[in-house]
Ligand binder design. Structure first.
Ligand SMILES: Nc1nc(=O)c2c([nH]1)NC[C@@H]1CN(c3ccc(C(=O)N[C@@H](CCC(=O)O)C(=O)O)cc3)C=[N+]21
Length: 287
């Protein structure tokens, strides 16, 4: 038997489908309220990759019984104008969830813009409120990609307690919250910015690796501990991950493919949380 035939994939596509099916059932609140969950998507500028991701998110909402309302803003939009738009959506009773697609462009204060999203509509989990709630294990919305990663690890029975997890990358909506969620599950977490000297020695110690930097094939097989669980959250418009799959998968116990791993999970969490937000805002008891 060749080494690669023992590779166990964490299949994000099929788990995402199950999460979306559950969201679709939960979205059937319209008979009682006369409405359906509504996600507002906000995109600044015309970056084709960002436009594609937003379209994928809208399509998944439509498939799961939520509506979406798109607000496309010109690349010249100022931070103040963007904040005005988001504040308007935050107070609009017809909107239950808000997604501000990142990156907004170098001239925008993205943190200030994210903070204009009302916490109860922060279905993408990007506000400080959501981050703190997640860290303190209080009710709230998780950041979609880290939330999707945790659902994958759970589905494949990865026991995180006492394990050494290394998160490569420390972005506000990916690496940073991913590490926090791993810590909540009692993993020992090391955060490593991608430019860390000795990065490969750190990664080689990891029982669980979350690669979240967006540098093509940064992590290669020889840099992975045999038997490790590897989650590749690298997203590249060409679908090349942060992990060199062919070499890494000969050593891993479990690994996510790109595409078909973390990406579909990211998308699935969004309609699921939009339905939850709508139910909360409309005062629907679901349990
Ligand atoms: N506020 C905000 N929230 C985000 O969640 C967010 C964002 N900004 N900015 C950009 C990144 C990127 N991202 C992806 C989502 C799905 C796939 C995905 O589904 N990829 C497919 C392949 C897609 C294809 O077919 O091209 C896969 O991995 O299987 C990838 C990347 C969300 N992001």
């Amino acid at each position: 038997m060749s080494a690669t035939s023992t590779v166990q994939l964490m299949d994000g596509t099929s788990l995402a489908k199950r999460i979306e099916d559950a969201a679709a059932r939960a979205a059937e609140i319209s008979p009682r309220t006369g409405t359906s969950p509504c996600l507002a998507t906000v995109l600044v500028g015309e970056d084709p990759a960002s436009a594609t991701y937003v379209r994928m998110k809208q399509a998944r909402c439509a498939k799961t019984g939520s509506r979406s309302r798109h607000i496309g803003l010109p690349a010249t939009t100022t931070t103040a104008e963007l904040i005005d738009t988001l504040a308007g959506l935050s107070s609009d009773p017809g909107v239950h969830g808000i997604l501000l697609q990142h990156p907004c462009g170098p001239h925008i204060d993205e943190r200030a813009a994210f903070e204009a999203i009302a916490p109860e509509k922060d279905v993408d989990g990007v506000t400080m409120h959501s981050f703190v709630a997640m860290s303190f294990v209080l009710p709230g919305f998780v950041s979609c990609t880290p939330g999707g990663i945790m659902r994958l690890l759970e589905a494949y029975d990865v026991d995180l307690a006492g394990k050494h997890a290394v998160v490569v990358g420390r972005s506000a909506i990916l690496g940073n919250p991913a590490g926090m969620l791993l810590l909540v599950m009692n993993a020992t977490v090391t955060y490593s910015p991608s430019r860390t000297a000795g990065l490969s020695a750190i990664v080689r110690e990891a029982d669980v690796v979350v690669a979240a930097v967006g540098r093509r094939r940064l992590i290669r097989g020889e840099g992975v501990k045999p038997g490790a669980v590897v989650v590749d959250a690298g997203h590249d418009p060409g679908n090349v991950g942060d992990v060199d799959f062919d070499t890494a998968s000969t050593r891993t116990r479990l690994i996510t493919p790109v595409p078909g791993g973390v990406g579909p999970m990211t998308i699935a969490i969004l309609p699921a949380q939009t339905v939850d937000a709508a139910a909360n805002l409309l005062g629907i008891q679901r349990h």
